[in-house]
Design a protein around this ligand. Sequence first.
Ligand code: FAD
Length: 421
Amino acid sequence: MTRFNAWNVFKNGFTGQKNWDRQWRDPEPKKEYDIIVVGGGLHGLATAYYLAKNHNKKNIAVLEKGWIGGGNAGRNTTIVRSNYMMPGNHEFYEHSLKLWENLSHDLNYNVMFSQRAHVSLFHSPSARDDAARRYNIMRLHGTDGELWNLDTLKNNIPHLNYDNARFPILGAAVQKRAGNARHDSAVWGYARAADSLGVDILQNCKVTGVQRSQSNIESLETSRGTIKAKKVGFAVAGHTSVLWQMAGLGNLPIESHKLQAFVTESVKPLLDHVVVYGVGGAHFYISQSDKGSMVFGGDLDWYKSYAQRGNLPIVQDSAEAAMAIMPCLGRIRLLRHWAGVMDMSMDGSFFICKTPLSNLYLNAGWNYGGFKASPASGWYFADLIANEQPHKHVQNHNLERFEKGINIDERGAGPDPKLHG
Ligand SMILES: Cc1cc2nc3c(=O)[nH]c(=O)nc-3n(C[C@H](O)[C@H](O)[C@H](O)COP(=O)(O)OP(=O)(O)OC[C@H]3O[C@@H](n4cnc5c(N)ncnc54)[C@H](O)[C@@H]3O)c2cc1C
């Protein structure tokens, strides 16, 4: 595979861009792999990459039922941040942010990570206290975080609704190292880097059945034939319960919900930050893409579904939330919207853990927030599969935490998956 560097870009510029290699191969499935990761989203691809890179594992395949990045990985609003405070969560997301900071170099692929700051508005003195607590905890752990008063906020983001808002803006909690990355680039970068280390990426390869003994998986039935595996990792986001039931393991503490994203026509530079607010039943986040589109989203669609399209009430709800905070968007045209299927867990936290089957490993429960998590998720999931032990940062992110009463619920919203935004 041709590496991207200044010389190769220059050389190919003179030869009509015809001499680049394929970015990843399109291999036929082998009869057997040492490790199969099911799911060609970011978590599956990152896991395969770190298995090969960090643990020198060979003979790995990623099985994807459609095309890589066709699920949530290519459908999200691309926000990357590490403003978490619970033990374990904090270390995990900070590790992820650090990986993002060097990801383009590591993968030799520009993931367009832009540290434009994540600005979380507050609208009441109690919300300011809450933000101060969270951001002070972050600072105690060495993560950047600061509070902006109204004047600083106005200087940085002049277009918000400061004069006539239903819920007046008092200031914001800000993480400056946070921002956005381009989701497709992250998918392609991980795929290309994993492929170059020998990982087989098998697209259009849907897992349709699981052959198992009492204690472990023997092979996977797929749309491209039966494939044996010594170890299997599930990283299928909103379809985790489907695969789990295929393996005959019953129910998981996960519900599959839809989340929509919205993109407008392009406008001149208007918003140089990621802006988020949640107050009075509204929940909204917005940024501007490099092409000039406003990219935004809000709440879940409020009912369980596997459909990758959204409903109209949420379109209205999100448009209202946009208008409430940035009235200047009133005449902008919405170009596209779509939905992804979210794996919402009962405490809003993820699973990277072993399972009742000795050679099956689980990566799931990413809720709204799995894009930013994908580098660390791949890193720690690969570590678990390779070493059979959870790293201390993910040791509580298992299926037993509910019966043991371990609290890693970042929002403290309780056991209703719809509330873990
Ligand atoms: C609208 C929206 C906005 C979001 N915004 C953000 C955000 O701003 N920041 C953030 O951090 N997170 C965000 N997220 C969440 C984030 O996108 C997800 O948590 C994350 O992408 C999930 O992990 P993944 O990339 O591996 O999932 P996916 O890309 O969904 O990967 C799972 C893959 O498994 C495949 N699969 C399923 N069943 C099978 C099968 N039987 N056989 C083979 N393959 C199978 C699917 O086709 C899919 O490609 C958002 C999500 C959505 C939908």
